[in-house]
Design a protein around this ligand. Structure first.
Ligand SMILES: Cc1cc2nc3c(=O)[nH]c(=O)nc-3n(C[C@H](O)[C@H](O)[C@H](O)COP(=O)(O)OP(=O)(O)OC[C@H]3O[C@@H](n4cnc5c(N)ncnc54)[C@H](O)[C@@H]3O)c2cc1C
Length: 490
């Protein structure tokens, strides 16, 4: 009760203070003030402050308006290219908060963005003038060591999952930068250094709680709401807000055999890498990053992770050292967390990022030629491969919405800068690079592209129509549209 009174008070003060600078003019008068917001179709609407106060009173978390303490921090996402200002930020503490916020937004047709870890490359977890549903205060991870499961809040980061599970010598697949969110990561597929051995995040997802567009909460699993469960495993944030995920855990020794091997960049090396990567057992993940050393030489740094017996790992990885003469090699027993957090600082919050992804069933000589060409130019963009295949490729492409089961590699092309004025030119280079390599790709990773609806359609292949059916059922008005959007057909 006391909490509600507090929220109402700060909200009222917030509304009054927020209006001049928030970018959305208010129709405030002393008796019936309103705040301006945008609907999902872009129309301006005025929301009664009494309704906003009521919502704030219902939340265990905070409802932030532009002048509130914490608003500027909450609206921020990882990619500094997107500096948007939602009219409202519902900073949720639990599923009931999310349900209240969704119902409020749905009733008014508000534009809605959902922020989990905030790592959306194309900036879809924020919006101008709508409501951001911010899950960053929902980050609890509970590990069940008997049943080998982890219950994870929808706003947790991958590092939270790693820390909580590895201390029990258990693990599930998480990605390569620890401050990425479980939300977007899992709903789009979820690649990581262990996916070849134990599956993608979607392959390990046992259930989820989803707040759908009418504000109700559904439990989705193979047994309950199986169509929704099928759709959320690859269909992204299209079907509602996931407030909780339950993952299968596997025995996992957090001291792995791994490290790095550095080579000079050449087409031959990339082709040999592609052949070797296709022949390795599922315990092995070898992932090249192509870039420059301090002297400007083009190099390929291959990150190695062997999640199994170390002596066997040494034998399995030995052929990597013979692909060409390494410039350097540093392999041995190492803490997995060092690999998992090694890119965190470089890929820090607030820089300008642009990225493309291309999935390949094999690394052809043509693709290698394009990569070497672009990487040999002045001021090259960053590029790398994620090593796929293994266990995920044994699962049928229609078993769930995620369909790219034949992919062996995911090519990433990325532009990073701290200077916004550089971005247009660098993005143009990344796009040209992608255009030239695209003929050698078979689709893209939904989580990493600035896709269009038609591209999203093609990318899901035969699964798209079933996704549309699920969208019609769970979000017929397309409330959840800031994602790789599946358009409802009703
Ligand atoms: C530095 C970096 C490293 C990455 N590494 C990997 C990797 O190793 N493997 C990999 O597979 N991917 C990787 N990705 C891609 C990553 O999976 C996507 O960017 C993903 O969307 C991030 O999820 P998030 O919750 O942090 O993002 P957010 O920006 O919070 O969300 C992105 C979108 O996901 C949806 N969403 C997020 N949370 C929820 C939720 N709880 N319920 C419903 N919808 C939700 C929303 O539609 C939102 O627009 C990486 C991205 C970055 C920036």
């Amino acid at each position: 009760m006391r909490r509600r009174t507090f929220c109402r008070t700060t909200l009222a003060a917030g509304i009054a203070a927020a209006l001049p600078g928030c970018g959305y003019e208010s129709n405030e008068s002393s008796a019936s003030s309103t705040i301006a917001a945008l609907t999902s179709s872009g129309a301006e609407i005025n929301i009664e402050t009494s309704a906003v106060s009521e919502l704030a009173g219902e939340l265990a978390g905070r409802l932030l308006l532009p002048a509130d303490d914490g608003y500027n921090l909450a609206r921020r996402i990882w990619n500094g290219m997107f500096d948007k200002r939602p009219a409202l930020i519902a900073q949720c503490q639990n599923t009931a908060d999310v349900a209240n916020a969704v119902a409020f937004a749905a009733e008014r047709g508000l534009l809605v963005s959902v922020k989990g870890g905030g790592h959306s490359l194309p900036g879809k977890s924020t919006c101008d003038g709508g409501m951001m549903i911010d899950l960053s205060h929902m980050r609890t991870v509970d590990v069940d060591t008997e049943n080998l499961t982890a219950r994870v809040d929808g706003g947790a980061l991958l590092g939270h999952v790693d820390v909580a599970t590895h201390q029990h010598k258990l693990g599930t697949t998480t990605g390569v930068v620890s401050h990425t969110g479980v939300g977007g990561f899992t709903l789009g597929g979820g690649y990581g250094r262990t996916d070849r051995l134990i599956g993608l995040a979607v392959d390990n997802l046992l259930s989820a709680n989803i707040v759908i567009a009418d504000g109700s909460t559904l439990h989705a699993s193979e047994q309950e709401n199986p169509d929704l469960f099928w759709a959320i495993r690859g269909g992204g944030g299209n079907f509602g807000v996931a407030t909780e995920f339950v993952y299968r855990l596997h025995p996992f020794d957090p001291t792995i055999y791994g490290g790095t091997v550095v080579f000079d960049l050449s087409k031959e090396l990339l082709v040999l890498y592609g052949e070797l990567s296709a022949s390795l057992p599922n315990e092995a993940s070898i992932e090249p990053q192509i870039g420059l050393d301090e002297d400007g030489n083009r190099i390929v740094t291959i990150e190695v992770c062997y999640a199994g017996d170390h002596a066997t790992g040494e034998q399995v990885i030995a052929p990597l050292l013979t692909l060409a003469k390494p410039r350097a090699a540093d392999l041995g027993a190492m803490e997995y967390r060092l690999l998992q957090t090694g890119g965190d600082a470089f890929m820090r919050h607030g820089r300008q990022y642009y990225m493309k992804s291309g999935l390949m069933t094999a690394l052809s000589s043509g693709a290698a030629e394009v990569i070497v060409d672009y990487m040999s130019r002045d001021d090259p963009v960053a590029s790398w491969f994620q090593h796929l295949g293994g266990l995920p490729s044994t699962i049928a492409p229609d078993a769930m919405a995620y369909s790219h089961r034949a992919a062996a590699l995911n090519l990433g092309i990325m532009v990073i800068s701290d200077d916004p004025s550089e971005m247009d030119e660098r993005i143009a280079t990344a796009r040209a690079f992608y255009k030239d390599v695209e003929p050698y790709t078979q689709g893209f990773y939904t989580n990493l592209n600035d896709d269009t609806e038609i591209k999203t359609w093609r990318n899901y292949g035969d699964n798209y129509l079933r996704l549309v059916e699920a969208k019609n059922q769970y979000d017929p008005k397309n409330l959840f549209r800031l994602n790789a959007n599946i358009l409802p057909s009703v």
